[in-house]
Design a binder for this molecule. Structure first.
Ligand SMILES: C[C@](O)(C(=O)O)[C@H](CC(=O)O)C(=O)O
Length: 306
């Protein structure tokens, strides 16, 4: 769904120079509706712009994608709060759709969580995802994740709920318990996180369709499914996830994987042919690429202010 946003300057200034309001409410409304919300992942302004351009109702800022793109490192807990915040700010300035940010563990104790939530909120983010891993965190589809106690994670959620500036900011609680402690433990944790005030529960890496169905039947609050191509969870179509009881799905690195593979194929072709001609059909030309970033509007604005 497209959010209805109040942006008094949107007609005059290009995106990137306008303040977007109404996103938190738009995300809440999407979650409360019976429409299934798909939030593809983005790791920078270009990928976020593509998600918006394709008409999705929300974009997911992927921690792992940001780590790969900003640091050249996999998701092993190296991205700092301020590095993620910087990306979130730039992306929130650019796109008008609601932004869900992967805030990992919240980066410390309760006071850190409060600061994390507020800074992301001020940046323009509409949903914060916190997980119950110990630092350094790891990808939910890899081995070797350590969990904090349920109590400590409940504290993170309470700090987020207490600290948010706008009551409409959505708190997504993720549990990584499935892989080492079993599905039941993950569901029990998720239920306690919902009781503590999480708006959406994200059970990481269910391992089969049956497990997804069990998760889908175990909660009263909205549920998020994480579609990691090649990961531990089967990729199911959105309508099936919806039937199983999920309200939204993220595709954190679908674009990352596509960019990497398509990019490498194009480079191999260039190395072989000495020209990019064979790849032209897969590329935007110069003008088309600039149009994605409202070049015409930037120039008109500059002319008007001269
Ligand atoms: C959701 C996730 O935390 C992310 O960083 O986007 C990752 C996704 C991925 O590694 O592709 C995850 O742990 O599932």
């Amino acid at each position: 769904m497209s959010p209805s946003l109040t942006d008094p300057h949107a007609q005059t200034y290009p995106a990137g120079l306008t303040i977007k309001t109404g996103r938190n409410q738009a995300l809440r409304a999407a979650l409360a509706s019976d429409q299934f919300l798909i939030a593809p992942g983005a790791f920078d302004c270009l990928s976020a712009r593509l998600v918006e351009k394709a008409g999705f109702g929300a974009v997911y800022l992927t921690g792992s994608g940001m780590s790969m793109s900003a640091l050249g490192a996999p998701d092993v807990g190296l991205m700092t709060f301020t590095e993620v915040l910087d990306r979130a700010k730039r992306i929130a300035d650019l796109v008008g759709i609601p932004i869900v940010v992967d805030a990992d563990t919240g980066y410390g104790g309760p006071l850190n969580v409060v600061r994390t939530v507020r800074e992301f909120e001020k940046a323009g983010v509409s949903a914060i995802q916190l997980e119950d891993q110990a630092w350094p965190k790891k990808c939910g589809h890899e081995a070797g994740r350590q969990l904090v106690s349920t109590q400590e994670m409940v504290g993170r959620i309470k700090a987020a709920a207490d600290g948010r500036l706008d009551p409409d900011l959505v708190i997504i609680a993720r549990t990584d318990a499935r892989s080492d402690h079993g599905l039941q433990a993950a569901i029990e944790r998720g239920q306690q996180y919902a009781e503590a005030g999480a708006d959406v529960i994200f059970v990481e890496s269910p391992q089969s369709r049956e497990e997804l169905a069990t998760v889908g039947q175990s909660f009263k609050v909205p549920l998020l499914a994480n579609m990691v191509e090649g990961g531990r969870t089967p990729i199911l179509p959105a309508d099936e996830l919806s039937r199983l009881g999920f309200s939204m799905a993220i595709y954190p690195n679908a674009l990352t994987r596509l960019f990497a593979k398509a990019g490498l194929q194009m480079l191999a072709q260039l190395a072989q042919d000495g020209t990019t001609d064979a790849c032209k059909a897969q590329m935007f030309n110069h003008r088309e690429l600039w149009s994605l970033f409202e070049y015409e509007k930037w120039i008109q604005t500059e002319e008007r202010l001269r």
